[in-house]
Design a protein. Structure first.
Lengths: 473, 228
């Protein structure tokens, strides 16, 4: 079971983390807003993308089969993995068969979700993360804290110290030098690795094209130098047509980094052709379910599968901004993690995720495919509660309080009478006196909140005492 | 896990869902009255260098600048087709030693450029590829909206020549300049070669405190020469 509550206090108390988080979002949000405001028909693009996703998800098997057919035609292979374990097993077996001891990896959240690195290490295969942020995280033995900027929780100084300690870099806090150190070391891995593993941003059903978006060129190298390329893809990533890419790329890139375009967008069609000079000889596309078909079966929750993992909802979320990614304790964090974690596992497995939100709605507003995240979180809370109620004994204090409350709210006479009593109590105990009543639960609630003093007259009393001089229009 | 069992599960999950139509109309993508100017602006905004080589007398000057900026005395060329397509005169130093798929390079002592460009060849081994300081290739398309050049891998070409060196030069023909990405994906369904790469400016990262650093794994310098 993943608990968030126990991590929150330590995240709030960690001053370095708080400083790093404060620095992280202002600029990101600004460039995202700038990039979006330059597109006059942004809402039209969002609407288009939402429709394409809804359509594709309603006919997912057809599109997956057509994608498979195209990939096979181009000389690639398609692996169907119902669980993460099956995907991992395939990669381990293939590496063992080919006597591969090291793989270079592009950034992939799905590979985090299926715990690929841990399994590879157990099988004596060394995974080398090649995205700079991921490389830092791997060196530190941590997990990413943001889907787009995995090392966002780390300061320049922390990273420099890590490089000095782990890689023997000469002490410096110059980001250029830190990056040059990583480039030099990783270049060696690129030139010797025999297998590259990447994620997938989009897969086009009509052409069998795998699309991977990046800035560093590490994905380009991972899919070009090694003799084997393995692409990991959640089944929800397929889109029908090549032309849809134009819309999705625009939405994804501007939302994720505030760029108009990333340095590289790799559109890959299987292994190298015999007359091409380089590229992988073997290409494997692994289609991974790992809980997605369960979400698909739920008409309402299905909307969550439209997510294109841009991370914009993390950047705007007041909860994520305050506690950072690690406090969520799960692969996916922020609003999308609050939504996806209990859906991919179960509400029993991640009971607190849906509650890690103020439901302010910023995530929905910023989402490039318009997923109603707050509504989904509310629904999840409802499900969690009803599961808990079923398990709980027939008597519960909460139930009783709600029943009494409901009774009072339904009866104007009862409501007025209780209001009078409360005002009397207020008079007896002095200003805001009710709050000082020694009721155990109540005083705990009072610790962080003020109970305002009640006015001397209720609205109804006030209203009936006013003589209306003006006639209603 | 069998494919059919997994497909069956997904099919059941989709069963009974309301049919949603695929939108038929593409949203509008921008057009420009001066696409070359827009392309130049966007390329420069992301740190690329734009050079106008549309008049043949400007080409030598542009190449000299690229050699100086990349601190290189050699250019590794993608193939003979590049010269023909962009109207650059060349000659092979030793036509008999030339083998298909080998690396073609020209030597420019003191950054001098003379036409015809004299091409030498060496085997396309990885160790040779890894040492290149400046490579040149032809773009299949350019995209004005974002200052993007599009590389297409096809027969006789590879992926690494434009990715491994610290500096890369792209020749783009003015007639291949498209307004926006929608035009690219509507006109060229990818799939003829094994890769189509959209390149926008030099390789970059902001992973450390959002500080921009260029030239992480791919080229740190990107030059585009526009030809007519």
């Amino acid at each position: 079971m993943i608990k968030i509550s126990s991590n929150i206090q330590s995240a709030l108390a960690d001053e370095t983390l708080q400083g790093n988080l404060r620095r992280a979002f202002v600029e990101t949000l600004h460039s995202r807003n700038q990039a979006v405001s330059e597109v006059p028909n942004w809402e039209e693009l969002r609407h288009y993308a939402r429709e394409v996703k809804a359509h594709t998800l309603s006919r997912l098997p057809d599109y997956l089969q057509s994608l498979e057919e195209k990939v096979l035609e181009q000389g690639g292979k398609v692996i169907w993995a119902e669980t993460g374990q099956e995907a991992v097993q395939f990669i381990v077996d293939l590496s063992h068969r080919r006597e591969i001891r090291e793989v270079v990896k592009g950034k992939s959240m799905l590979s985090e979700e299926i715990h690929l690195n841990e399994s590879l290490e157990r099988a004596q295969i060394k995974p080398v993360e090649t995205d700079l942020g991921e490389y830092v995280i791997q060196l530190a033995g941590e997990k990413p804290s943001h889907l787009v900027a995995p090392a966002l929780h780390k300061s320049k100084k922390e990273i420099a110290d890590l490089f000095v300690q782990e890689l023997g870099m000469a002490p410096t806090e110059d980001v250029l030098e830190i990056t040059a150190t990583a480039r030099k070391l990783l270049r060696h891995h690129f030139l010797t690795a025999r297998m590259g593993i990447t994620g997938v941003n989009f897969a086009v059903a009509e052409t069998g094209t795998i699309v991977i978006v990046e800035n560093e060129g590490n994905v380009g190298l991972s899919v070009s130098v090694p003799e084997i390329h393995i692409a990991l893809m959640g089944i929800e990533k397929v889109i029908p047509r090549s032309r849809d890419l134009a819309v999705f790329l625009k939405l994804l890139i501007r939302s994720a980094t505030g760029q108009k375009m990333t340095s590289y967008v790799n559109c890959l069609n299987g292994p190298r052709r015999s007359d091409e000079l380089d590229g992988p000889q073997e290409f494997y596309l692994i289609l991974i379910d790992n809980g997605r078909s369960k979400i698909l079966a739920d008409d309402f929750m299905r909307q969550s599968l439209a997510c294109i993992r841009c991370g914009a909802c993390l950047n705007v979320c007041p909860v994520y901004q305050t506690i950072g990614g690690h406090a969520y304790g799960s692969t996916y964090q922020g609003p999308l993690g609050a939504m996806l974690t209990p859906l991919l596992t179960s509400v029993g497995e991640a009971p607190e995720h849906a509650f890690a939100s103020s439901l302010c709605g910023a995530c929905h507003e910023v989402c490039p495919v318009g997923i109603p995240i707050p509504q989904i979180l509310l629904k999840l809370r409802e499900r969690f509660q009803s599961e808990r109620n079923q398990k709980a004994a027939s008597f519960s204090l909460e139930k009783l309080v709600i029943q009494v409350w409901a009774r009072v709210m339904c009866s104007p006479i009862l409501y007025a009478r209780l209001g009078r009593w409360a005002r009397m109590l207020d008079k007896v105990f002095g200003k805001s006196g009710m709050g000082r009543l020694p009721i155990p639960l109540f005083s705990r609630w009072r610790k962080h909140r003020d109970l305002p003093a009640l006015p001397p007259q209720s609205f109804r009393e006030l209203y009936s005492s006013i003589t209306c001089t003006k006639e209603a229009p | 896990m069998s494919r059919s069992a997994m497909l069956h599960k997904i099919r059941q999950a989709c069963a009974g869902s309301d049919p949603v139509e695929l939108p038929s109309e593409m949203p509008d993508f921008p057009h420009y009255s001066d696409p070359v100017e827009k392309f130049r602006q966007e390329l420069e905004r992301v740190g690329g260098v734009f050079l106008d080589g549309r008049r043949s007398e400007e080409l030598a000057g542009a190449l000299v600048l690229v050699l100086k900026e990349s601190d290189s005395t050699e250019i590794y060329w993608e193939g003979e087709e590049l010269f023909q397509r962009h109207g650059i005169s060349f000659t092979l130093r030793d036509p008999e030693a030339f083998a298909a798929g080998s690396l073609l390079y020209s030597f420019h002592f003191r950054h001098q450029v003379r036409f015809p460009i004299i091409l030498n060849s060496k085997p396309a081994e990885r160790s040779n590829l890894a040492r290149i300081s400046l490579s040149a290739s032809g773009a299949r398309f350019g995209i004005a909206e974002t200052g993007t050049v599009v590389h297409e891998v096809k027969a006789g070409r590879g992926r690494l020549l434009s990715l491994l060196p610290p500096a890369h030069l792209v020749f783009l023909s003015e007639r291949d300049l498209l307004m926006n990405q929608a035009m690219l994906f509507l006109s060229t369904p990818p799939g003829r070669g094994s890769a189509l790469t959209l390149v926008t400016g030099p390789s970059r990262t902001s992973d450390i405190e959002r500080t921009l650093v260029v030239g992480v794994h791919g080229p740190g310098k990107l030059f585009v020469i526009l030809t007519s």
